[in-house]
Design a protein around this ligand. Structure first.
Ligand SMILES: [Zn+2]
Length: 248
């Protein structure tokens, strides 16, 4: 299926440092602005210095902002699976939604249909590992919440886009780990989060950064409760995903 789109070109791009063959990551965002028009205007404004490759409006319209072979400016300071500055290697899709600041609301069915079609085409064109289909909040947990806990990652995974914990592995019970804890168990779970791709220091200290990473993990994979606590439910999902990822 070929995606239909409207060209809405932005000057906010440059060359990918490693060339276009380096594309291996897909980053999903929400626009976080009061209207689609405002978001589109911002992405083509030279002074804003931001953009994405694609933008999907709530009626399902797809806008092509930056050609995929070029480097769009959507990720900012970021880290995933051992690499920083994901703009070099990623394709960025902005989904129109006012976001947590201006009235976060469910993504619309036409929007999600368009997104699934677009992502499937992107995955055909580019060798993107399922673990590299990420939220902006996954790669910049200290700054970003998008696309947030209303985003239907399970639907994407059912369509072959990214991963989702379908069956939950039951891990050995442990007491909840939370901010200011400091022990070897914290270090163990930090290493598991890092194994999945998150950027955090594995020092056994449950500091603010660890809490933010746990919240990013929950926003993606355990959307019912985002509290930054590694409870048994959170660790079950994390263990399952690590096992699943190993089998990929
Ligand atoms: Zn974003």
């Amino acid at each position: 299926m070929k995606e239909n789109f409207i060209a809405y070109p932005s000057p906010n791009h440059d060359l990918r440092k490693g060339g276009q063959n380096t594309i291996d990551t897909l980053v999903i965002h929400y626009t976080g602005m009061i209207s689609a028009q405002k978001a589109l205007e911002r992405m083509v404004s030279p002074s804003a210095k931001v953009s994405a490759h694609w933008c999907i409006d709530e009626d399902g319209t797809i806008y092509k902002i930056v050609p995929e072979n070029l480097r769009a400016w959507h990720a900012g300071i970021s880290w995933w699976r051992g690499r920083r500055d994901l703009n070099d290697v990623s394709i960025g899709i902005e989904i129109v939604n006012p976001g947590h600041e201006f009235g976060y609301r469910p993504f619309t069915p036409p929007q999600m249909n368009s997104l699934v079609n677009l992502c499937q085409e992107i995955l055909k064109r580019n060798p993107i590992h399922p673990l590299n289909v990420v939220a902006h909040s996954d790669i910049a947990p200290d700054r970003k919440k998008d696309p947030g806990e209303l985003f239907d990652w399970s639907r994407l995974a059912r369509k072959g886009i990214g991963i989702w914990p379908n069956s939950i592995k039951t891990s050995p019970w442990h007491r909840p780990l939370k901010l200011n804890d400091h022990n070897s168990e914290v270090k163990l779970w930090q290493s598991k989060l890092a194994e999945l791709g998150y950027g955090l220091v594995q020092d056994g200290i449950y500091g603010e950064n660890t809490e933010l990473v746990v919240m990013a993990f929950q926003r993606h994979y355990r959307q019912a409760r985002i509290d930054g606590v590694i409870d048994h439910g959170t660790s079950n999902i994390l263990d399952h995903l690590i096992e699943y990822a190993k089998a990929l």
